[in-house]
Design a protein around this ligand. Structure first.
Ligand SMILES: [Cu+2]
Length: 66
């Protein structure tokens, strides 16, 4: 399953690393292409849901807007 998250609050490469790490720590995530303002995530939906991705990003201090 592939999904794209639109993220607010990211401003630099540090934010990119932070988001990538938060998403990558979730079970079932096999890849994440993260740029400022957006993340494309490849994940196994039997292990992780979009809500979990959202929570991980928000837990890292950013806001998911779509
Ligand atoms: Cu930053």
């Amino acid at each position: 399953m592939k999904t794209t998250l639109k993220i607010e609050g990211m401003s630099c490469q540090h934010c990119v690393m932070h988001v990538k790490k938060a998403i990558g720590a979730l079970p079932g995530v096999s890849g994440a292409e993260v740029n400022i303002g957006r993340a494309e995530v490849d994940y196994d939906e039997s292990k992780t849901g979009k809500e979990d991705l959202k929570k991980a990003v928000e837990g890292a201090g950013y806001k998911v807007v779509g």
